[in-house]
Design a binder for this molecule. Structure first.
Ligand code: NAP
Ligand code: MG
Length: 499
């Protein structure tokens, strides 16, 4: 919006439609990519060096907003994983586990500062490779990445205070496998606590978003981290499975879908490997009649539409108390019409590109399932680019608790809306899925916050806000949303053996 334009937002009556396109006009404000260098090809990062994959195979990585190939990554196979695990074992035994906590902390602080120095470059690459709006990668992802390294750097020389009366020891070599929705942030959640505790790692990023992990490998080299402490191996699901099944790995840390999480749990059963699993979610947001509705609507928009709904803890189910449902839906629709969907590198963009063709198809499949199940579909009417993978923010109303769109994780900008009369009914509906990762409640009454907070079987419950993260607070799931916690002291505990 130009600064001279004066607009007063007038709530629309249920039947009127404001022409938001003409009220809110923005000129394009693309972030320049001029100084960001992407190599034509990235090798595997093993033992402190970039090495060719033993089978010589590479796979392309595309920009989902344009479908252009931006680079290619090496495919790591069994032999490469073996080399990476050997390097990690050697670094663990000979150096990293016996360094003082203070020295490990110094390395982590250095990495954190270098991430801050290169924040702009990382943010641009994250948006190019994964499709998330630059505003998100610049203001949320990368600052949180640095914050996690700072936070765990601070613990490295204080482990005995973290676990009073116990002697914390590192676990050994950790295999870490991460998804595509927060590529560098998931890497930080995994690598920072592992290194702080004296472990070494072999990490596999998701095949559609490996770019920032390899840029991180370059940063690790520049930081002078001892060789073999961090190894980054790229590839698809099979590469992940090779890590899971490698005999000399002591712990598996996985973030991804519940389906793959179950496979991993089966594969490592009886091997003595430790594990943490951070899996899917189907977060419910509960809005009571006494809630500040405008604030709630803003929170809902943030919870499901920013970052294209590619958030494991996304608030993808809305439960509204009956008396205000018409008002909430109308305000939501009005706000949805203002969202700008398009170029992830444009600073005005609210909703970027769906991460990959496969995910684009999955979300569209669920929209069809919703229609078949009898849902009413409302999509914002904004223009979307013709070329890339874009989906308009979508509301599904007239849905039942048993519908697949209410039960299953869609992982796209799609929100289902249901109603409730009492707090108990809201809690029952919110808990009625296989997942239990996150939830939210909007109300004026502290008593309702405590009642709902205590009633939800979910790892996180936000009150009058949503999707707020901090390295000091633990995160993780109930039920099929996972095992173990990441973040905070709990996240540290997952990387030590206590004697
Ligand atoms: P995914 O398909 O389970 O993949 C996650 C990672 O596992 C990727 O690196 C993937 O490689 C790899 N992988 C695939 N098959 C494997 C196998 N058989 N053995 C070992 N590794 C394997 O999940 P996604 O679709 O990338 O990510 C979205 C999911 O992650 C959602 O369900 C979301 O809720 C969840 N998530 C959870 C959290 C949390 O903290 N709870 C945070 C973020 C995301 P490829 O890339 O090649 O497929
Ligand atoms: Mg990509």
């Amino acid at each position: 919006m130009s600064e001279t334009t004066e607009t007063t937002y007038k709530p629309t009556s249920p039947n009127s439609k404001l022409d938001f396109a003409s009220v809110w006009e923005y000129d394009p404000a693309p972030e320049s990519t001029a100084n960001v260098k992407v190599k034509e090809r990235y090798e595997l990062f093993i033992d402190g060096k970039f090495v060719k994959p033993s089978k010589g195979r590479y796979f392309p990585s595309t920009n989902p907003a344009t479908k252009e190939v931006i680079t290619e990554f090496a495919e790591a196979t069994q032999n490469d994983i073996d080399q990476a695990v050997k390097a990690a074992r050697k670094a663990f035994k000979n150096e990293w586990s016996s360094l003082s906590g203070k020295t490990r902390g110094k390395y982590l602080y250095r990495i954190a500062r270098m991430l801050q120095e290169r924040a702009r470059e990382f943010a641009i690459l994250e948006s190019m490779d994964g499709g998330k709006p630059i505003r998100e990668s610049r203001d949320v992802d990368i600052p949180l990445v640095a914050a996690h390294f700072f936070y765990y750097a601070g613990w490295a020389d204080k482990l005995e205070y973290a676990f009073p009366g116990k002697t914390p020891e590192p676990i050994g070599v950790c295999g870490q496998i991460i998804p595509w929705n927060f590529p560098l942030l998931m890497l930080a959640w995994k690598i920072a606590p592992a290194l702080a505790c004296g472990n070494t790692v072999v990490l596999k990023p998701a095949e559609t978003t490996s770019l920032t992990a390899l840029k991180f490998a370059e940063l690790v080299q520049d930081a002078g981290l001892p060789s073999g402490v961090v190894n980054i191996v790229t590839g698809a699901g099979q590469t992940g499975a090779e890590i899971v099944n490698h005999k000399d790995i002591d712990k598996i840390a996985f973030t991804g879908s519940t389906g793959v999480g179950k496979l991993i749990q089966k594969s490592i059963a009886g091997t003595g490997k430790k594990f943490t699993l951070e899996l899917g979610g189907k977060g419910a947001m509960i809005i009571f009649e006494d809630a500040p509705v405008d604030q709630a609507v803003e929170g809902i928009i943030n919870a499901i539409f920013f970052n294209q709904g590619h958030v494991c803890c996304a608030g993808s189910r809305l439960l509204v108390q009956e008396g205000i449902v018409d008002q909430v839906i109308r305000k939501l629709q009005d706000r949805m019409e203002m969202l700008i969907v398009g170029d992830p590198l444009d600073k005005n963009t609210d909703v970027g590109a769906i991460n990959s063709e496969a995910q684009f198809e999955t979300v569209n499949k669920y929209l069809q399932i919703g229609l078949d199940e009898g849902a009413d579909v409302y999509q914002s009417k904004c223009e979307i680019p013709e070329n890339g993978y874009f989906i308009r923010p979508t509301l599904l109303t007239n849905v039942a608790q048993s519908n697949r769109v209410v039960q299953e994780e869609i992982f796209g900008p799609v929100l289902t809306v249901q109603t409730f009369r009492t707090a108990d009914e809201a809690i029952t509906k919110a808990n009625n899925t296989q997942y239990g990762l996150a939830g939210g409640v909007w109300t004026d009454k502290g008593s309702k916050i405590f009642k709902v907070g205590a009633g939800l079987r979910s790892g996180v419950v936000w009150a009058n806000t949503y999707n707020k993260f901090d390295p000091t607070s633990p995160f993780g799931g109930y039920k099929e949303s996972g095992v173990g916690r990441e973040g905070g002291l709990h996240g540290l505990a997952a990387y030590v053996n206590l004697r």
